[in-house]
Design a binder for this molecule. Structure first.
Ligand code: AMP
Length: 358
């Protein structure tokens, strides 16, 4: 498919969480239908999508039937098994492409790719057992962070190593999974860039946002971020470089550490990103519409920022604050329709417009 998708076409989304839900809303505004593929029951995206397939990612027959029912496939979840992607791709284009997924599914491949582009990451080394962890600590030093190479998110699958004596406990915490040791970056703050690339190769970046985490989970994203003009353009250039190198189509999130030595890339996410939710209140075209435009082969929209915004996640029981939040007039509320409140679960977010730029 190289022609733009016409309204009425169907977009397949792997993963039915809040990102899939907000993508489905954006897609339906553009006249598309969405078909969600999600292993779990009652996915948040199911409330707003035209169709839902409930099946595991290993069910090749269900995946093939899904691929046959859609015009393009995208995802909100990057850990789909390779064999499943092979089955899907034989039938229908996947955007962003397989390389973007492969690079971001595995932290070592991701860092090899980023450093290969000349970008700076934390020093890193592959760890497969206690002996290789000890060798990595000798090479990189402490403090350091041990992370599972795959399937880590929101700070899960990570252990801090303050001295070499912490090595056995840190390795035990990985449960035998291949891991990467990263040198600890002494950053002043964290920012992220949400960027998009269209099917025609055009690139549009949103203004970088400044992220604050609590207990390993994103708490707030604030626009504007504290960045010098040079840092701001560096952030955007880093994102554009990654997009072009991957021949990427869609929205990408790039997390960066701000240090006196410059910007250091923490990780990339080949999808719409929690730290891009502020665009719903700060831009004419938000990250969700931008992603749908890109994968549908439409022109990218205008992502310039017209307001200062603070996005705050509603985690677990934060959702109890909704009645009070509803009384704040300039606060945009987004709830994900999750029935069960659990500690650490993302239940929704709010975007507060602090100041309109004219
Ligand atoms: P990650 O899951 O890799 O995004 O890590 C979650 C959070 O842990 C990041 O947002 C940082 O706050 C912190 N972190 C991760 N890696 C490092 C590092 N190499 N140095 C310092 N802090 C880190």
């Amino acid at each position: 498919m190289t022609e733009p998708l016409h309204p009425g076409a169907t977009i397949g989304i792997l993963g039915g969480g809040q990102l899939g839900r907000m993508l489905s809303v954006a897609a339906s505004r553009l006249g598309f239908q969405c078909h969600i593929y999600e292993p779990g029951a009652a996915p948040p995206a199911g409330h707003v999508a035209a169709r839902v397939t409930t099946a595991p990612y290993e069910d090749l027959a269900a995946l093939r039937a899904f691929a046959q029912s859609v015009d393009v496939i995208t995802y909100e979840f990057e850990n789909v098994p390779t064999a499943s992607l092979d089955a899907l791709e034989a039938i229908c284009p996947i955007r962003p492409n397989r390389r973007a997924l492969a690079v971001s599914q595995e932290r070592i491949a991701e860092k090899d790719f980023l450093t290969g582009l000349g970008l700076i990451t934390a020093p890193y080394a592959r760890v497969t057992d206690l002996a290789s962890l000890q060798a990595a600590i000798a090479q990189i030093g402490t403090p350091a962070i041990l992370k599972t190479a795959r399937l880590g998110y929101d700070g899960k699958g990570q252990a801090r190593i303050m001295t070499p004596e912490d090595a056995p406990a840190a390795w035990a915490a990985m449960n035998g999974a291949e891991s990467v040791l990263e040198g600890f970056i002494d950053f002043s703050h964290e920012v992220s860039v949400i960027a998009a690339r269209g099917l025609d190769g055009s690139v549009a970046c949103y203004d970088p946002g400044e992220n604050v985490h609590r207990a390993g989970i994103l708490h707030t994203t604030t626009l504007p971020a504290r960045l010098s003009p040079t840092q701001r353009s560096d952030a955007v250039l880093i994102a554009a470089r990654i997009l072009n190198a991957l021949d990427y189509v869609g929205v990408l999130g790039v997390e960066l550490f701000v240090t006196p030595r410059g910007l250091i890339v923490n990780e990339i996410a080949p999808r719409v990103h929690n730290s891009g939710h502020w665009t719903q209140a700060g831009c004419a075209v938000d990250q969700f519409e931008q992603h749908i435009r890109a994968i549908a082969g439409w022109p990218l929209g205008d992502g310039s920022r017209y307001a200062d915004v603070v996005m705050e996640n509603l985690i677990g029981e934060d959702v109890d604050k909704v009645p009070a939040l509803a009384r704040e007039r300039a606060t945009q509320i987004h709830l994900y329709g999750k029935a069960e409140v659990k500690p650490g679960r993302k239940m929704g977010h709010v975007n507060r417009v602090i100041n309109r730029l004219t």
